[in-house]
Ligand binder design. Structure first.
Ligand code: GLC
Length: 508
C-alpha cells in the first residue's frame, strides 16, 4: 500500500476477482459472490484491505462479474438439476435444433460454440466464455435483483467502485438470431480471436437493453452518500457505440474502458485518431478512460518496445481522462515466456497463442530469488528472467528508470489541475510524426509533445514559453522552451507554461 500510494503515487486500486471460485478462469468463474476464496483470506481480511487502502488514501475498486457465474455456483447447480427447477431460467437454456445442433451460431470467446449440451436435461446452456462460466439471464428480474444485492453487499463494506467484467455481454438479442459473417474480418473482441472473428458479434452481446441495466446500477451506486463508481470492461472500437455506455444523461456507467490505444497503430496519426475519436463522440461532461495494459493483453513494453513504452507512459498520464495502469508496467515488465507444462490460463491450453500467463507473472519487487514476490520455492507462474535488473528496488535507485519516469509523471499530474481535469486541445501545426496537445484549466497551460520519429525533430509551438517538467529523456528536463520544441528520436515531453507575468528564474 505504501508503495502504491507514496512511492508510485496512484489514487485507486482495482483488484481482480478474489471470490470463492473453482478457478477455471482464475476467479472470473465465481461460485459465491459474497465471500473471499480461502486462498486469499476471508471477509475480515477483505475488511482490513479496505481499511488499509483508505488509510493510505487509496480508493478500492473490485471486480464484479455479472455476465456469468461458475458452473459450481449453487444457482447453476439448481438450474441444471431439472427443467422445472425454479432457477432454471436464471441461466439461458434452449432446445437443440431439429438436427441436434446448437440453437444458433453464437461462439464462445474462448473457442468453439457458445452452447453446451447438458445431457441431464437434454438442453443446451449458453456460455459466452468457458463452459464452466454459464451466462446468467439478466432478463430475469430475480437475477438482476440478486446480482444488485451482491453489489450492495460489497458497497456496504465500503468499496469505492466496481470494475464490471465483460459489461456489454449481459444483454443479448432477445430473438437470439444468428450472427452474420464478418466479411472483412474486423476485430470483434479483446484481440484477434481467430474463429471468433469469423462473425460480427451483433446479436450475442451489446443489445441496446444493456443501457437500462447500467442506469439501474448507477442509481444503486448513487444511493450511497460517498461517491461510488463503475468502470465497465467494454471492447468496442466504434466511438459512438462506446459513448452510449455513459448513458443518455450521463446516468449509465461512470466510464466504459477504452482499449483504443491497445489496438491503434503506434504512430502520431494512429494515437491521435483514438484520442480525437473518443473526445468527439463522448457526451458533454463524460470522462474518458485510457488503458495501455491489463491482465488479458501482451505486456506494453513487449508490444511497443522500450522507448515507445516510455512515450506511452507520458500519454497515459497526461491525456484527459482516468489512466488505468497495469501492475509492473511502471517497471517496463516484459511478457514472460511460459515453458510448456507451466501454463495456467485455460485459453493457453485451448489456443496456445492466446495464453495470458505471460503478463500475469509475479510483480518484480527485488533482485532476490522469486523477485521478492514469494518465499515459496516455485511461484505460481515463472518470474521474469530480467528481474535482477527490472525490479522496483533497483529502479528506485536509477533516476532514468521506467519507475522514476512514472513517479515524476504521477507527481506532476497530482500537482497540476490542468493535467487532472483540464481541457484537451490537439495542436495541428506540427510535423506529421509528432502528436502535440494542450491541457489547460483557467490560466494553467500544459503542453504534451510526443515524437514518433526515429530522427530528431523540431516543432513550432507559437506563443509557448515554458519549462520541460518531465521528459522520457531526463537530461532534457528543466530545459526552457520558447516558441520551438526540439525533440530527440521517440522523445515525449510535458512542458509547463511559464505565465508571462512571472519573471524567468535568475542565474542563482
Ligand atoms: C474479462 C476478463 C478476462 C476474463 C473474461 C471472462 O474479459 O478481463 O480475464 O477471462 O472477462 O470473465
Amino acid at each position: 500500500m505504501d508503495y502504491l500510494s507514496d512511492t508510485l503515487g496512484i489514487d485507486a486500486i482495482w483488484i481482480s476477482p478474489f471470490y470463492p471460485s473453482p478457478m477455471a478462469d482464475f476467479g472470473y468463474d465465481v461460485s459465491d459472490y459474497r465471500d473471499v476464496h480461502p486462498m486469499f483470506g476471508d471477509l475480515s481480511t477483505f475488511d482490513r484491505l479496505v481499511a488499509r487502502a483508505h488509510d493510505a488514501d487509496l480508493k478500492l475498486i473490485i471486480d464484479f462479474v455479472p455476465n456469468h457465474s461458475s458452473d459450481q455456483h449453487p444457482w447453476f447447480i439448481e438450474s441444471r438439476s431439472s427443467r422445472e427447477n425454479p432457477r432454471r431460467d436464471w441461466y439461458v437454456w434452449r432446445d437443440a435444433k431439429a438436427d441436434g445442433s446448437p440453437p444458433n451460431n453464437w461462439l464462445s470467446v474462448f473457442g468453439g460454440s457458445a452452447w453446451e449440451l447438458d445431457d441431464r436435461t437434454g438442453q443446451y446452456y449458453l456460455h459466452s466464455f468457458l463452459k464452466e462460466q454459464p451466462d446468467l439471464n439478466w432478463r430475469h428480474p430475480a437475477v438482476k435483483a440478486a446480482m444488485f444485492d451482491n453489489v450492495r453487499f460489497w458497497l456496504d463494506r465500503n468499496v469505492d467502485g466496481l470494475r464490471v467484467d465483460a459489461a456489454h455481454y449481459v444483454m443479448k438479442d432477445p430473438a437470439e438470431r444468428d450472427n452474420p459473417p464478418n466479411l472483412d474480418r474486423s476485430l470483434q473482441g479483446h484481440k484477434s480471436l481467430g474463429a471468433y472473428d469469423s462473425q460480427v458479434h451483433v446479436h450475442d452481446k451489446g443489445h441496446a437493453d444493456v443501457h437500462q441495466v447500467f442506469r439501474e446500477l448507477r442509481a444503486l451506486l448513487n444511493e450511497y452518500e460517498s461517491p461510488r463508481m463503475a468502470l465497465g470492461e467494454i471492447h468496442i472500437y466504434d466511438w459512438n457505440e462506446l459513448a452510449a455506455y455513459y448513458g443518455e444523461d450521463l446516468d449509465g456507467l461512470s466510464m466504459p474502458t477504452n482499449f483504443g490505444l491497445l489496438k491503434a497503430p503506434w504512430t502520431a496519426a494512429g494515437v491521435r485518431g483514438v484520442v480525437d475519436g473518443l473526445e468527439a463522440a463522448i457526451p458533454q461532461g463524460a470522462w474518458p478512460n485510457y488503458v495501455l495494459g491489463n491482465h488479458d493483453d501482451q505486456r506494453l513494453a513487449t508490444r511497443l518496445g522500450e522507448q515507445e513504452s516510455r512515450q506511452a507512459a507520458v500519454l497515459l498520464l497526461t491525456l484527459r481522462g482516468s489512466p488505468t495502469l497495469y501492475y509492473g508496467d511502471e517497471l517496463g515488465m516484459r511478457e514472460v515466456g511460459i515453458p510448456p507444462g507451466r501454463q495456467q490460463d485455460p485459453w493457453a491450453l485451448t489456443v496456445p497463442s492466446r495464453g495470458r500467463d505471460g503478463c500475469r507473472t509475479p510483480m518484480q519487487w527485488s533482485p532476490d530469488s522469486a523477485a521478492g514476490f514469494t518465499l515459496a520455492s516455485e511461484p505460481w507462474l515463472p518470474v521474469g528472467s530480467d528481474h535482477a535488473v527490472r525490479n522496483t528496488q533497483s529502479q528506485l535507485l536509477d533516476p532514468d528508470s521506467h519507475l522514476n519516469l512514472y513517479r515524476r509523471l504521477l507527481a506532476l499530474r497530482r500537482g497540476s489541475a490542468a493535467l487532472r481535469t483540464g481541457s484537451y486541445l490537439p495542436v495541428d501545426s506540427v510535423p506529421p510524426d509528432c502528436f502535440v496537445f494542450e491541457r489547460s484549466l483557467g490560466t494553467e497551460r500544459v503542453l504534451v509533445a510526443v515524437s514518433f520519429s526515429a530522427e530528431p525533430l523540431s516543432s513550432d509551438v507559437p506563443g509557448l514559453t515554458g519549462r520541460i517538467a518531465v521528459s522520457t529523456e531526463r537530461a532534457n528536463e528543466d530545459n526552457e522552451v520558447d516558441g520551438t520544441l526540439h525533440l530527440l528520436p521517440h522523445e515525449a515531453v510535458v512542458v509547463v507554461e511559464i505565465p508571462s507575468d512571472v519573471e524567468p528564474k535568475g542565474e542563482e
